[in-house]
Design a protein around this ligand. Structure first.
Ligand SMILES: [Zn+2]
Length: 292
């Protein structure tokens, strides 16, 4: 059992790392851990996570009543309490605003495409909890929908949330979410993603057991089944049927759309041409002159 003083030091260390990696700015973000069966150790309100000291932390009960500490508990305490109520297996909660993952949350694009084997084995899919006003009951309500089946999620127009069986486990998941978001962004800027086929996704899921990874819910065998409509039952992953292939090229319509946006040559070798408004006007004027 980790001692309270060690947990205080660990929260300081995780806060320092989050701030150093740019996952939080100013006083953003919050961290909590279970302290035995009936108490929580939590970062306080209005402090920069990069410059905390162990004595700053608050101790609360599972209803959020402050039991110890000179400062007030985190403004997002309600969201942390909701996670602990719904996930007895969770012992730590980390919330931050890592810029790339938060960009996906702002764009309304979940990180749920089957592209990285390691992410599929660990987090599975990373959905987006609906927009909620920060620090109100709306936020725990939005998180409640997905927390049964996910250890990591984006919060629409806000940030990201990860949970774990211990503090560093929850923090590493935050690293994975941001790392996955960066890789997804680069692949999409390059204009193409090869997706891992559904059959391979299910094979990867079996590796979770082999490696002793405890995922809160299985990946839906088929995203069209009714189980896939209930976010508490399984994780929805965008993975096409492979028909014997383990990788499937990005669906052409999506690929073409992305390529057109970034002006990249299309897969079949027909280059897309991008013109400015002025260039286009000149071309049209030239064509009209030739008509006369
Ligand atoms: Zn926040």
């Amino acid at each position: 059992m980790t001692t309270e003083s060690q947990l205080r030091a660990d929260i300081v260390e995780v806060g320092r790392r989050m701030y150093a990696r740019g996952y939080t700015a100013s006083n953003d973000g919050n961290i909590s851990v279970r302290l035995g069966s009936d108490r929580l150790l939590m970062t306080p309100k209005s402090v920069c996570k990069g410059f905390m000291t162990p004595d700053m932390m608050c101790i609360t009960d599972l209803d959020g009543r402050k039991l110890q500490g000179d400062r007030e508990p985190s403004s997002e305490m309600l969201m942390h309490l909701e996670v602990y109520r719904r996930r007895p297996d969770v012992a730590a909660v980390v919330h931050a605003h890592p810029p790339t993952a938060t960009g996906f949350a702002v764009a309304g694009i979940p990180l749920d495409r089957a592209v990285l084997a390691e992410v599929l084995c660990t987090l599975g899919s990373i959905p987006i909890a609906e927009y909620a006003t920060p620090s109100t009951q709306e936020l725990p309500d939005a998180v409640a929908k997905y927390i049964k089946a996910h250890d990591g999620m984006l919060l629409a127009n806000h940030g990201a949330l990860t949970v774990g069986a211990d503090l560093f486990g929850a923090y590493y998941k935050m690293e994975t979410v941001e790392h996955f978001a960066k890789i997804s962004l680069v692949a999409r800027m390059l204009g193409r993603e090869n997706l891992i086929a559904r059959e391979e996704v299910l094979r990867l899921q079996e590796l979770r057991g082999t490696y002793g990874i405890k995922a809160p819910a299985p990946i839906c065998a088929d995203e069209t089944t009714s189980a896939a409509d209930d976010p508490a039952l399984c994780q929805v992953v965008q993975a096409p049927e492979g028909g014997g292939s383990r990788l499937v090229a990005d669906p052409p319509s999506r690929g073409a759309e992305t390529r057109a946006r970034f002006g990249v040559a299309s897969a079949d070798g027909n280059a897309e041409i991008r013109l400015t408004y002025r260039e286009l006007s000149e071309l049209i004027e030239d064509a009209i002159r030739n008509l006369r």
